[in-house]
Design a protein around this ligand. Sequence first.
Ligand code: NAD
Ligand code: ZN
Length: 358
Amino acid sequence: MKYRNFPMVPRVVFGDNSFSQLGEILMPKRKNSEAPFIYLIDDVFETKELISKIPLLFDDQIIFISSEEEPKTAQVDAVVAIIKETFAELPSGIIGIGGGTLLDMAKAVAIMLTNTGSSVDYQGWDLVKKPAIYHVGIPTISGTGAEVSRTTVLMGPEKKLGINSDFTPFDQVVLDPNLTIGVSKEQWFYTGMDCYIHCIESLNGTYLNAFSQSYGEKALELCKEVYLSNISAEDSRDKLMMASWHGGMSIAYSQVGVAHAMSYGLAYVLGVKHGIGNCLVFQYLEEFYPEGVKVFKQMQEKHQIKLPKGVCAGLTDEQFETMINVSFGLAPLWENALGENWKEIMTYDKLLSLYKLI
Ligand code: NAD
Ligand code: ZN
């Protein structure tokens, strides 16, 4: 047995208004006045107060990016091209501010500034050759664990797949729970449930080990406090931010499962976003995660979240086939969820019938 040697985020600051320390954190990392920090920021903040607090100096630049769609390889390549055309030398660093979409964009852009070709060439495992430039992640919504993970999930022309590499994790993360104020209730639920589902899939998987279990159990406990008990809004923001972190750590050394494998298929064919996609799938997975689905429905009920229906109605046989092929392509997820003989348990027709429920 060869154990994997995982990189982790080496520096993290946590606390309300810790964002105000960003200038101080970046100061020693600035190479010179010609090498700017580039901020990739969710465009939802374009008119918000946060922008006035960005510690811009010299040629530092803000690029606003929409998170309406999940990040694409072409979009990463385009941002990299703009940065290279605008500045004579490599930036001092990339700072991603937003949800999983912006965090993934920032990680991918930092990698592609030092590696040649297109980001498509690096979708997979350990294909990145050179270290990324310094990159900082600042989440503004909690749940995905993208702030701590070793991957950056990108939609490419042929596949939705992460750039999984030792160079992907952030060099610095700023966890400021106050930045999550302003997220809508629905989005708070969908992205938070991504974390909850990470826990359920990790804790019920065949890859489970004490490392993953210790983080997964803590994250699950925090999710239950946030979504089922009556804690203050401030407490809830703090706890969900830490749940996201622990959930990400849990899957680092195990794997996700059925909901994620199916949600990738939905995303590929219909462009359904990760958080809501996981919820749409998870509600029908009692057979695989009976307790997890029961508690999920309690949380949904408590917060009166109505999921859309008939999302897959009207899909052609060909579209269902693509969805199923994308999903089956994620063998490690299925193996973690159902064991080595997963193909005998999850047949083509069984997966088709599950997709047809959505
Ligand atoms: P997101 O980044 O797509 O953002 C969701 C919505 O919330 C957007 O409309 C955004 O504008 C809004 N938003 C974010 N912060 C806000 C704030 N403070 N106030 C108001 N609105 C705010 O959502 P997400 O669920 O965090 O991320 C999903 C993405 O993360 C997907 O692309 C998925 O593939 C990726 N992901 C990555 C990993 C990883 O390990 N790299 C893990 C899970 C998911
Ligand atoms: Zn997820």
